[in-house]
Ligand binder design. Sequence first.
Ligand code: 13P
Ligand code: SF4
Length: 332
Amino acid sequence: MGILPSQTADALRRTAALYERVQSVIPAMEWATFADDVDAILRLKKERNAVILAHNYMRPEIFHGVADIQGDSLALAREAAKVEAEVIVVAGVHFMAETAKLLNPSRTVLIPNLQAGCSLAESITPEDVRAMRQRYPNTPVVTYVNTSAAVKAESDICCTSGNAKKIVESLGVPQVIMLPDTYLAQNVAKETQVKIIPWQGKCEVHERFTAADITLFREQNPGVIVLAHPECPPEVVAASDYAGSTAGMIAWVGEHKPARAVLLTECSMSDNVAVNHPQTSFVRPCQLCPHMKRITLANIRAALENNQHEVTIPEAIIPPARRAVERMIAVQ
Ligand code: 13P
Ligand code: SF4
């Protein structure tokens, strides 16, 4: 590996056991560039009494290297509520950090890059929700967690990709407005008797997958199992073997142990899942989420060193937004 600065050599030694876990997905030369930051973050977490919540789309050096709690949006929300440490660093996108703050308001919640947004969260405003309510009176609003706190505050209840059908049916009504992901709404509509009125938001990552891609994967990889996220278009979900949240996909792989699989979702998922499921070889169509990829080891380290960027939510919207998220959690 050539001559390394002594600080890096020490960091490599201290992180050697961690590297052993991820060596199948991170080349040694790359780890050498991560070791200083991983080592510093592990130290800073202790000094600052901080925990790192990481979404399943984080790069493997974050997901396996420094995270304390990993999961899909639902798991991260549930776990955020229970955190006792003083500082929560959210290695994910802004709406996830807001959800953590809503559920655990006395903690300092940091997001390492304020630009880590989401095309779904961008697709709708509180005014849009109010207009939908006027258009469909007496119809409850079920809002995907991939939204701003201000939009959640206008909603009756939240949902994630992991519980959307259950939440819709928990309301015991014939129709609901479901915001903002039009494909998630269409996919849930196929599974329930409840009439779903959608919004027109889309995930810029999942909307790119097509049914023709699946035909090609199956032709080129006989026997491959196709797992899709429900933010994919309905024809993609229909052509897949399984559709579910990122945690649902991971659980499916763990349970069925397919020899070959393709995860129709963000790139880093396959790397992260492969570490714990070496029995499965993953075909890797790469669709990057530019927002998730704005979170790096360097900015997580800077977040802990400089207490940046603290997530705050206007006082007036905290109670109604929190109620919508808590109502969702209570349904589980
Ligand atoms: P999950 O809740 O399934 O992890 O999805 C979050 C997300 O942003 C998917 O694009
Ligand atoms: Fe938003 Fe899609 Fe990125 Fe998830 S993958 S954060 S839904 S843009």
